[in-house]
Design a protein. Structure first.
Length: 198
């Protein structure tokens, strides 16, 4: 799986995360949009939950909004994180040059020691056209490159990875709970696993 495999995340968890992201992309594309960038922090091999980026405006706001996904990981004291995003979507939102295959689901698995980039390129297979001229598509997954240890990440994704492992300096008995509430108030969609929801 990755250069950091076995240390924390079980291979089955990684496979489940990949499958769930591919399913989310299939469902999203059928509705006419790719899912927003999402972070999945893990603590001692257990998934904390998923947090999708808040609605973002093109440019500086997109850069900031994506980088701030790290807040949930930092507050949870994550040992590792997985981030998922679509190449073209993030490049367009952040006004950055397109790097790597597109369209492509990217997933990075990161720990304090480094990261491995996994890419899942796809072709858009048109399922139907709407009367308004739009189209409904499904991803036709293509063979991707081998996992890339230290692979180049889009600027805000790299920032989110870096900040995920910087402990949060918050004078509160429950910094994680407060962070979840603040992020939800900002428009981030947070879905916690049962272990961390209490």
């Amino acid at each position: 799986m990755t250069g950091t495999e076995g240390k924390f995340m079980d291979g089955r968890i990684w496979d489940a995360l990949v499958d769930s992201m591919k399913s989310a992309y299939t469902a999203g594309l059928e509705q006419g949009a790719v899912p927003r960038p999402v972070i999945m922090p893990l603590v001692r091999g257990e998934l904390v939950g998923l947090t999708w980026v808040r609605p973002i405006k093109t440019g500086e706001d997109a850069l900031t909004g994506i980088a701030q996904l790290s807040n949930i990981a930092a507050a949870a004291g994550a040992d590792e994180v997985v981030l998922a995003w679509e190449t073209h979507d993030v490049a367009t939102a952040c006004e950055l040059p397109l790097v790597g295959p597109a369209p492509c689901l990217n997933m990075v698995h990161a720990t304090r020691e480094g990261h491995v980039l996994h890419q899942f390129p796809y072709d858009e297979e048109v399922l139907a056209r709407s009367p308004e001229g739009g189209s409904f598509v499904a991803p036709d997954w293509q063979p991707g490159p081998a996992p890339q240890p230290g692979g180049e990440l889009a600027l805000p994704i790299q920032a989110a990875v870096n900040y995920s492992f910087i402990p949060m300096d918050m004078d509160h008995p429950n910094p994680f709970g407060v962070t979840v509430v603040l992020m939800e108030e900002d428009g981030y969609k947070v879905r916690l696993t049962e272990t961390f929801a209490h």
